[in-house]
Write a protein that binds this ligand. Structure first.
Ligand code: FAD
Ligand code: MLT
Ligand code: ZN
Length: 471
C-alpha cells in the first residue's frame, strides 16, 4: 500500500490526495446522509491524463475507484464502501468549459463542471442548456451523465442522455477513448456513448462531454393549477400537449400532503391556490415568438380547461420573481423532506395511461397496511415520473418506524410498479440503494447481459464495484 501511495504522489501533487479523516469526511457521506463509507484516499485530478494514470495505477494494484461529482446522487453511487480500501476519484478540479460551437449548437465541457455554470455559460452566448434540477448549483455534468439525470425539462428536451452528443472516457485499463465529435448522426456500430451514459461509474470514467444547446426562448409563462384528481391532471396534460405542443416545457405535480410538509418547514411557500386542492400542477410554456403570443395561448388553454371542468383554480405568475417562487416551492419539497427526517424515497415511472389507477390503488394499500404514514407524492408528471416517498406517521420514532417497515414498504411499492409495468428508477439510478432489487425488476436475461458487459469492460471489477450490478 505504501508503494501505491508513493506512486500516486508521483502523478498528482500531494495536496490533491486527501487521506486525513477530517479532509475525507465531506466526500464520504452523501447529500441525504443516508450512505457513508471510509475511503483509502480522496484523489482530485486536474486532467484526463491524470485520471488515466491514476486508473492505470489502481489497475496495477487492484484498487477500486469510486468516481464522484457533486455527491448529490440519491442512490449511494458515489459513496465508498466501509473497507477503507477504495479511492474516491472526485472530478471537481476538471471544471473547464472547453468550447462553445455556435454553428453546431454544442458546448464541450469537462466532467467536473457544475451544471449551473454550464447553463450560465450557454445563456451568456444566447443559448439554453436545458438540463435543470434542484441540485444544479452543486451537481456536475459528469455525475448528471453517469446517472442519466432527468429533472424538470425532460418533457420537452429529454434527459441527460438525449442532450449528449459525445464523450471522452477513461476505461478500466486507463486508456482514453476520445468520442468528442459532437455529431448528430453516427451509425458506426455499437453506441459506446450510450453505454457509458447511465452506467454510474461502473464501466468508465467520464472526463469530458459534448452537449446540445438550444436557442433561448423569448418568453416563459409559469402557472399553478388546481386539479381534483390524477385523471383530471392527465386530461390537462393532454390538453396542453394538443394545444401548446413543443411550447410545453414543464408539467410538475405536487400533492396537498407534499405542499403541507413544504409549508411546515418553509412557511414562505404558501400555496396561492384556493381551497387546499388535492393536486397542484406547475405548468410552464416557453415561446420563441412573442410574450403576447404565449400569454394568450396559456389563457386560452386554461379557459378551455375550466370549461371542460378539469381544473378548479389557476394562478398565472405575474412576474419573473413570482414564477421563480412557484419553481422554488416545487423544488423545496426535497429540502422539506430532508428537514422532516428520514423518508423512504421511490423514484418511479408508470405509463401515463395507468397512473391514476396506480396512485389510487397504491395509496389505498399503503394507508391500509401502514396507518398514519404520510405519502409525499410529487414529481415530473409529464414524464410519468413520481417521487412516491413515504414519511413515518407524525409523532412516532422515525428511525424505529423505518427500520421496522422499510423492506415491506419498498416491496409494496415495487410490487405495484411491476403490476403496472413501470420502472423502479426513473431518473436517480440504481447505485447501492437498488442493487438488490435490480435482478427481479430487469429479469434474468437483461440482468445477465448487464453483468456480461460489466465483466467485458471492467474484468478486474475496479470501477465502482457493487453499484448497479455485482459480478
Ligand atoms: P454524484 O452523486 O457525485 O455521482 C452519481 C453517480 O455517478 C455515482 O455512481 C458516481 O460514481 C457516478 N459518477 C459521478 N461522476 C462521474 C464521472 N465523471 N464518470 C463516471 N461516473 C461518475 N436527479 C434527477 O435526475 N432529477 C432531479 O430532479 C433531481 N433533483 C435533485 C434535487 C436535489 C435537491 C438533490 C440533492 C438531488 C437531485 N437529483 C435529481 C439527484 C442528483 O442531483 C443527480 O443524480 C445528479 O445527476 C448527480 O450528479 P452528481 O455530480 O452529484 O453525481
Ligand atoms: C425532484 O424532482 O425534486 C428530485 O428528483 C428530488 C427528489 O426526488 O426529492
Ligand atoms: Zn425528480
Amino acid at each position: 500500500m505504501q508503494n501505491f501511495a508513493h506512486q500516486l504522489s508521483q502523478i498528482l501533487d500531494q495536496k490533491y490526495i486527501l487521506t486525513n479523516g477530517q479532509d475525507m469526511a465531506p466526500y464520504s457521506t452523501d447529500w441525504r446522509k443516508r450512505f457513508s463509507g471510509k475511503a483509502l484516499a480522496i484523489v482530485l485530478p486536474s486532467s484526463t491524463a491524470e485520471v488515466s494514470k491514476v486508473v492505470q495505477l489502481c489497475a496495477e494494484h487492484h484498487i477500486a475507484i469510486v468516481p464522484q461529482g457533486g455527491h448529490t446522487g440519491f442512490c449511494g453511487g458515489a459513496t465508498p464502501d466501509n473497507s477503507g480500501k477504495q479511492i474516491v476519484l472526485n472530478l471537481k478540479r476538471m471544471n473547464q468549459i472547453l468550447a462553445v460551437d455556435i454553428a453546431n449548437q454544442t458546448i464541450t465541457v469537462q466532467a467536473g463542471c457544475i451544471l449551473q455554470n454550464i447553463q450560465e455559460a450557454a445563456a451568456e452566448r444566447g443559448f439554453l442548456f436545458p438540463l435543470s434540477l434542484g441540485a444544479e448549483g452543486s451537481c456536475m455534468i459528469g455525475g448528471n451523465l453517469a446517472t442519466n439525470a432527468g429533472g424538470t425539462n425532460v418533457l420537452r428536451y429529454g434527459n441527460a442522455r438525449d442532450l449528449c452528443l459525445g464523450l471522452e472516457v477513461v476505461t478500466a485499463k486507463g486508456e482514453i477513448w476520445n468520442g468528442l465529435k459532437g455529431l448528430r448522426k453516427d451509425n458506426t456500430g455499437y453506441d459506446l456513448r450510450d453505454l457509458f451514459v447511465g452506467s454510474e461509474g461502473t464501466l468508465g470514467i467520464i472526463t469530458s462531454a459534448v452537449m446540445k444547446l438550444y436557442p433561448l426562448p423569448i418568453s416563459q409563462w409559469t402557472t399553478l393549477v388546481a386539479t381534483e384528481s390524477i385523471a383530471h391532471t392527465i386530461a390537462l396534460l393532454n390538453l396542453f400537449q394538443k394545444r401548446a405542443s413543443s411550447l410545453l416545457t414543464g408539467f410538475e405535480m405536487m400533492t396537498h400532503e407534499s405542499l403541507a410538509l413544504n409549508e411546515k418547514h418553509f412557511p414562505q411557500f404558501k400555496n396561492p391556490l384556493n381551497g387546499e386542492p388535492p393536486f397542484t400542477i406547475l405548468v410552464e410554456l416557453s415561446d420563441h415568438e412573442s410574450e403576447a403570443h404565449v400569454r394568450q395561448l396559456l389563457e386560452t388553454i386554461l379557459e378551455e380547461a375550466f370549461t371542460a371542468g378539469i381544473i378548479a383554480d389557476a394562478v398565472i405568475a405575474n412576474s419573473l420573481a413570482q414564477a421563480n417562487t412557484f419553481w422554488h416551492m416545487r423544488e423545496h419539497i426535497t429540502l422539506a423532506q430532508a428537514e422532516e427526517g428520514a423518508n423512504l424515497k421511490h423514484d418511479i415511472t408508470i405509463p401515463l395511461s395507468s397512473l391514476d389507477e396506480f396512485i389510487c390503488e397504491t395509496d389505498g394499500l399503503m394507508r391500509n397496511k401502514f396507518p398514519g404514514v404520510r405519502i409525499i407524492n410529487f414529481g415530473h408528471l409529464g414524464d410519468g415520473n413520481l417521487h412516491y416517498n413515504i414519511a413515518p406517521p407524525e409523532g412516532v420514532d422515525q428511525k424505529t418506524f423505518n427500520t421496522n417497515n422499510e423492506k415491506a414498504i419498498h416491496e409494496l411499492i415495487y410490487g405495484q410498479v411491476e403490476r403496472f409495468h413501470g420502472s423502479i428508477s426513473a431518473e436517480h439510478g440504481v447505485g447501492q440503494l437498488k442493487l438488490a432489487d435490480l435482478r427481479s425488476h430487469k429479469g434474468d436475461v437483461a440482468h445477465d447481459l448487464m453483468k456480461a458487459l460489466k465483466r467485458a469492460l471492467d474484468p478486474q471489477n475496479i470501477l465502482n464495484p457493487n453499484k448497479v450490478v455485482s459480478i
